[in-house]
Design a protein around this ligand. Structure first.
Ligand code: HEC
Length: 251
C-alpha cells in the first residue's frame, strides 16, 4: 500500500507526492491529513461489531446456544458416560456397582434419569410414594447393590414395580442401581419403612470407594480410652490433643 511510503511527517507542509487532503483544523501548528481507514478494516470493524450484538442477544439475552462453559460440562458428562460404559465388559458385581456409586459426578449425571423414570413412584429424593422409601434402612428385597439390581432389572410386576431391564440400556440400568445405592441411609422422611431392616452401616462401609473393607475393623491395639473410631488405625500411641490435658467442658 502506498500509504507506507508516507511515514509520519511532522513538517507542517505537505510534501510534493502527497495527494491526501489536509483537514481544516490545526492544533498548535499541527495539521492532519484526511487519511480514511482502509475499507477492509472498516468492514472488519462493523462485522465484528454486529457479530457481538447478535452474540449478546443470542447467548446472554435469549439464553440460547451452548456457552463454552456449558459445552465443557457436557463433554465431561459424555466422557464419564464413556468411561462407565467401559465397565459393561465386566459382569455386574457388587464391587463394580459400588465403584460407580463412589463416582459422585457420575451419580450427579444420573439424577435426571431417576427423576424421569423412578421419581413418580419413589418420589424425588427416594422417600417413597407408590413404591417404598429407598432412603431408610428397610428393604423388601434386600439392601445390597446386587439385590437392588435384581429388583430393578426384573421388577415386581405383581406389586407395580416395572421390569426396567426392558426399558433402560444396560449402562443406564447399572447407573440407576448405583444411584439407588447412593440413596441408602439418607433417611429422607417419607413413606413408612417396609420390609426388613438391613445392616446398612456395614453395607455402606463396604461400598466405600468401591472396595471391600479391610478386614477386622476392630479397635486399634492400645487405643486411647474413648478414642473415636478411625478408619486408619495408627500403629503407635494416639497423640493427646494439644493443650487441654483433661479437657472435657470446653464452652
Ligand atoms: C410405577 C411405579 C414404579 C416405578 C416407576 C418405579 N418403581 Fe420401584 N417399586 C415400585 C413398587 C410398587 C415397589 C414395591 C415392590 C414390592 O413391594 O415388592 C418398588 C420397589 C422398588 C425397589 C425395592 C425396594 C425394596 O424395599 O426392596 C427398588 C430398589 C426400586 N423399586 C427401584 C426403582 C427404580 C430404580 C426405578 C426407576 C428406574 C423404579 N423403582 C421405578 C414402583 C415403581
Amino acid at each position: 500500500m502506498s500509504r507506507d511510503k508516507q511515514k509520519p511527517d511532522t513538517s507542517p507542509e505537505p510534501r510534493g507526492e502527497v495527494t491526501d487532503d489536509l483537514l481544516e483544523h490545526e492544533y498548535d501548528g499541527i495539521r492532519e491529513y484526511d487519511n480514511p481507514l482502509p475499507r477492509w478494516w472498516v468492514w472488519m470493524f462493523w462485522g465484528s461489531f454486529w457479530f457481538s450484538v447478535l452474540y449478546f442477544f443470542h447467548y446472554h439475552v435469549g439464553g440460547q446456544g451452548t456457552s463454552v462453559a456449558q459445552a465443557y460440562v457436557e463433554e465431561l458428562q459424555i466422557a464419564r458416560e464413556e468411561q462407565a460404559k467401559a465397565s459393561l465388559g465386566e459382569a455386574v458385581t457388587e464391587q463394580a456397582l459400588a465403584k460407580m456409586m463412589a463416582d459422585t459426578a457420575l451419580m450427579a449425571d444420573t439424577e435426571s434419569l431417576y427423576a424421569q423414570r423412578c421419581a413418580q413412584c419413589h418420589a424425588d429424593k427416594g422417600q417413597g410414594l407408590i413404591g417404598p422409601n429407598l432412603t431408610d434402612d428397610h428393604y423388601v428385597h434386600g439392601g445390597t447393590l446386587m439385590e437392588i439390581y435384581q429388583v430393578v432389572a426384573h421388577g415386581v410386576l405383581a406389586k407395580g414395580m416395572p421390569e426396567w431391564e426392558r426399558q433402560l440400556t444396560p449402562i443406564e440400568l447399572r447407573k440407576i442401581v448405583a444411584y439407588v445405592g447412593s440413596m441408602r441411609g439418607t433417611n429422607v422422611a417419607g413413606k413408612a419403612p417396609e420390609g426388613n431392616q438391613v445392616g446398612l452401616a456395614a453395607l455402606l462401609e463396604a461400598a466405600k470407594d468401591g472396595a471391600a473393607p479391610p478386614s477386622g475393623a476392630a479397635a486399634p491395639s492400645g487405643a486411647a480410652p474413648g478414642g473415636a473410631p478411625s478408619a486408619e488405625a495408627p500403629t503407635g500411641e494416639v497423640p493427646a490433643p494439644s493443650g487441654a490435658p483433661s479437657g472435657e467442658a470446653a464452652p
